[in-house]
Design a protein around this ligand. Structure first.
Ligand code: T5A
Ligand code: NA
Length: 219
């Protein structure tokens, strides 16, 4: 379905959305689908809880440690920077990289805390220079709907008011003209899994075609 052109660079596609929007479910499906079609695919997620920085983030999210708001923001960002070179290398070698959450989450969740010195704009700065996605697929789901899905409420940000602010800020980030505005695709995530997957495949196909036709390197 998604044509392979081995002479071309890989594509960088990230999934975003609220907690429980279905990002991991859809990332796994997309990775398998592309692999079955013969693409080389690298599947990543942020936070990457396996690195020393990622372990600090994991402790924080599980409520086992405290971090000052700016400090945890910078740790989330650092956790992406430590992977930046490997993402660029993969893309150059023709590997498509699919990521479960990226800097959009980084910016929005920190800004949703309403800390007076941690604005959306402040939060963007440490992310500037990271590999820019060819597409950000935003799985949109009302917070009330997300709360009805399994396992909700176990981690630090999984509270209704926080999720409502996060959803609002994702919308604002998109409207304010994020640097990747053109590559921002919203998908209605309340639909059955197969329908959400079909919508995503349509987007991914267009992104592959656009990037291959354009021939520009990853920014
Ligand atoms: N964070 C993250 C920051 O603050 N800054 C950052 O820089 C970054 C990167 C952890 C937290 O860290 C924050 C954001 C988060 O609060 P995480 O590890 O990605 O981030 O954890 P979650 O987003 O909480 O991951 P979840 O696993 O909760 O959400 P997913 O991946 O969106 O949802 P998924 O696929 O696991 O599905 C959840 C449930 O819904 C069902 C699934 O079967 C599952 O039970 N489901 C559906 N049900 C009905 N219809 C559908 N279409 C469904 N799709 C999935
Ligand atoms: Na997830």
């Amino acid at each position: 379905m998604v044509k392979i052109n081995t002479a071309m660079r890989g594509k960088l596609i990230v999934f975003e959305g609220l907690d429980r929007a279905g990002k991991s479910t859809q990332c796994e499906r997309l990775v398998k689908r592309l692999q079955n079609e013969g693409h080389t695919v690298k599947h990543m997620r942020f936070p990457d809880r396996t690195t020393p920085i990622g372990q600090m983030i994991d402790n924080y999210l599980r409520g086992q440690s405290q971090q000052e708001d700016h400090v945890i923001h910078l740790l989330f960002s650092a956790n992406r920077w430590e992977a930046a070179e490997s993402i660029r290398t993969a893309i150059k070698s023709g590997t498509t990289v699919i990521i479960d959450r990226y800097y959009y989450s980084g910016i929005v969740y920190s800004a949703a805390k309403n800390n007076p010195t941690l604005s959306l704009d402040w939060a963007r700065h440490p992310e500037i220079g990271l590999p820019r996605p060819d597409a950000c697929i935003f799985l949109d789901l009302a917070a009330a709907e997300a709360a009805r899905r399994g396992g909700y409420g176990e981690e630090r940000y999984e509270k209704r008011e926080m999720q409502d602010r996060v959803r609002e800020l994702f919308a604002r980030l998109q409207k304010l003209g994020s640097p990747d505005k053109d590559g921002f695709f919203q998908v209605e995530a309340g639909a059955p899994v197969d329908e959400v997957e079909a919508a995503i495949l349509g987007i991914v196909k267009r992104v592959f075609e656009r990037v291959d036709a354009d021939g520009a390197p990853l920014r």
